[in-house]
Design a protein around this ligand. Structure first.
Ligand code: IVH
Length: 669
């Protein structure tokens, strides 16, 4: 493609993607599928890699993180971030209404909003650009998490043309959808990591991650519920919400203007049940006096406004009987206990099962056979057992004993020191592990093989077509047999075989992630692929070499070593190599501007006036090499502002010269 055409196409894609993000996240009215969106994004990424000179700083790809921030600077809030008083019943709400009436009379309106259960965020915009995102912190000071917040698609980075002030601050809630929470938490359990208790914790854990690339992978969303401007531009909160929505912010559509406390009560009772049909968690309703003039009249206490209050719903709990505990085996062999319960209606659905996470949870609950348990549905789809009703425990009831052998293949389970999960070590012979590994490999985030969904893999395994990942690459040899299977048309078989063929082009990091090495998620796989470049280097790496890679701790290093020590794994890799999969990181062809940095290795850390990618290109174009982490082999650290203290300490310890970008340019002069 000529540079001219590329430039034009990049601008087109960028504009279209921004428009679709707006339709999806702000208007909740997508006009294209997620798949189409991702394809467009992929095309843009490919063009940007080829023509970095045309990257628009506001490109949708630039919102998808990828920078490491070591510490979050503390920022003082211009307007303190207050909390809300809580009410739990009708009477307390009527008291609140009486206090308001006493102060301002009868002539006022309320705005009722859902109370989103996430973390509050303050966003500052200047001339339509998102300048800063700060957490609530202690209310007067918070942490600046702009880079991470920029990965949230629903938060506009640049506003559409509109009639907004040059300088304003906006507040809202950042949260995680329930489905994403359950899925990501399952992955954590599978990886032997402790699960998050609820989506709120997951969202706040995510926003404080150091690696914004990782943040971008965890889908967060937001709703805006407050506007601050230097001078008041709208007479009411309701008007502000409408305006803010028209400027491109995600404002929740369920908010309602109410004329009196009875209408507020009506809203509260409507949402008592309706809340369980939302895709995210709310823990109550926020009630605000609408007029700003009246808000001012009512004023504030030390902690919260007198013109607003939260009505909190009680978490719904029911008591039911524990029928049995069963055990599920995941792809990594982690065995998760599940409580089977006497079916009971709770918060809009019939509950039959509750997760028990791991053996420790059974001990924490002191669970016995036939116990009556309290079940709660809080911020997750799968309900939780909160506690046992000791009064109803049968005399002589036996404690639940965690199993000692795999429920599927019978192999004795193992537990590593310091870990919560038990594992079945029989990864070559235990069906759910074999199938799970193949499903992981072909999945969208890994090799993304079209036409090879989970059920197809199940069937192909049952019929004896595939047992190892490498068998997938021999399926074409058995196309005729495949076509004879019922439910599989010729078209879908061809589609699948095409998908398999295409997957051979997937980059090394995806293949590595796809192998399903314990603790090697997408991010770790990328780090390892970048650092070691080829599978052979990785396979031959010592424990210390692995441990020296940034963010690769002992646990991961050990797991990688163990994986490659297994001759069957090595054999499988040989087969995949023979099938033509990528086992080396792509080498970008670089036209050398000079060889002034030849033989020298660099790490770029911190922020600079130009982007780090630009610096990286300059180094590579002059013969230098970029390393993935600080080690004794490194020649220079190019340090900008806010370089992380851990890196600084490591570089100093190893006596590695720390230079500025200007010193780097001096080397080229
Ligand atoms: S207004 C001064 N509106 O609830 C008023 N807060 O307990 C500031 N929250 O820190 C808050 N949904 O994190 C407001 N629709 C909503 C909300 C909401 C959730 C959170 C927010 C705040 C906390 C107060």
């Amino acid at each position: 493609m000529s540079p001219e055409t590329a430039k034009k196409r990049m601008a087109e894609l960028s504009a279209e993607l921004k428009e679709h993000s707006y339709k999806y996240y702000v208007l909740s009215m997508p006009t294209i599928s997620d798949f189409e969106f991702d394809k467009m994004l992929e095309e843009l990424v490919a063009l940007e890699t080829q023509f970095p000179e045309f990257i628009d700083p506001d490109s949708p790809t630039q919102n998808v993180g990828g920078f490491i921030t070591k510490e979050f600077p503390t920022i003082r809030h211009r307007w303190p971030m207050l909390s809300l008083g809580n009410t739990y019943n009708e009477q307390e709400l009527l008291d609140f209404d009486q206090r308001i009436k006493k102060a301002i009379g009868d002539n006022f309106e309320y705005v009722c909003e859902l109370k989103f259960d996430g973390l509050s965020m303050s966003l500052t915009y200047e001339k339509g650009h998102l300048l800063r995102a700060v957490t609530r912190g202690d209310g007067s000071e918070g942490e600046e998490v702009t880079t991470n917040v920029k990965t949230i698609r629903s938060i506009p980075k640049r506003l559409h043309e509109g009639n907004y002030p040059d300088d304003f601050e906006i507040r809202g809630e950042v949260f995680m959808h329930l489905k994403a929470f359950d899925k990501l938490n399952e992955e954590r359990i599978e990886n032997g990591e402790p699960p998050y208790a609820n989506p709120r914790n997951f969202a706040s854990g995510t926003i404080k991650l150091q690696d914004s690339g990782e943040v971008a992978k965890r889908p967060l969303d937001s709703f805006i519920y407050f506007l601050y401007t230097e001078r008041r531009i709208f007479p009411t909160h309701w008007d502000s919400l409408q305006a803010v929505k028209s400027w491109g912010f995600p404002v929740n559509d369920e908010s309602r203007l109410c004329n009196n406390i009875e209408e507020v009560m009506q809203f509260i009772s409507e949402w008592e049940d309706k809340r369980y049909h939302l895709s995210y968690d709310i823990d109550g309703i926020v009630i605000k006096v609408n007029s700003y003039a009246q808000q001012e009249e009512l004023g504030y206490t030390a902690k919260s406004p007198r013109w607003a209050i939260a009505y909190k719903y009680k978490a719904q709990q029911v008591e039911t009987e524990l029928l049995s505990v069963s055990y599920q085996v995941g792809r990594t062999g982690a065995v998760t206990p599940v409580a089977n319960l006497k079916p009971i209606f709770l918060a809009g659905t019939t509950v039959k099962r509750a997760t028990l996470h791991n053996a420790n949870e059974i001990i924490r609950l002191d669970l016995h056979e036939g116990d009556w348990v309290y079940v709660e549905k809080g911020g997750e789809i799968i309900p939780k057992i909160i506690s046992v009703n000791m009064q109803r425990r049968q005399p002589g009831a036996k404690p639940i004993q965690y199993i000692t052998n795999c429920p599927v293949c019978g192999t004795p389970l193992e537990r590593k020191e310091g870990e919560a999960a038990f594992y079945c070590p029989n990864d070559e012979g235990c069906a759910p592990q074999i199938v799970g590994k193949m499903q992981h490999f072909t999945g969208r985030k890994v090799m993304d093989i079209d036409g090879m969904g989970d059920e197809t893999i199940d069937t192909l395994y049952e019929r004896g077509f595939i047992r190892h990942i490498s068998d997938i690459y021999h399926l074409h040899e058995r196309a005729d047999d495949l076509k004879k299977m019922e439910r599989f048309g010729e078209k879908s078989i061809n589609n699948m075989l095409d998908g398999i063929e295409k997957s051979k082009q997937m980059p090394f990091e995806r293949v590595l992630f796809g192998l399903g090495i314990r603790y090697v998620g997408a991010t770790v796989a990328k780090k390892l692929a970048m650092y070691f470049q080829t599978i052979d280097n990785l396979m031959n790496a010592s424990f210390d070499e692995l441990n020296a890679v940034e963010e690769i701790g002992e646990r991961i290093a050990k797991s990688v070593m163990e994986y490659f020590e297994d001759p069957q794994h090595r054999q499988e890799i040989e087969k995949l190599k023979a099938a033509g999969l990528q086992f080396a990181a792509e080498v970008k062809e670089v036209v050398l501007a000079s060889e002034k940095l030849s033989g020298k290795s660099f790490i770029i850390s911190g922020t600079f006036s130009r982007s780090r990618d630009e610096l990286k290109d300059i180094i590579e174009q002059n013969g230098g090499k970029i390393l993935g982490s600080i080690s004794a082999r490194l020649d220079y650290v190019v340090a900008g502002d806010n370089m992380g203290p851990a890196k600084l300490e490591k570089a100093t310890k190893l006596n590695i010269p720390i230079i500025s970008d200007e010193q780097l340019f001096a080397m080229l002069a």
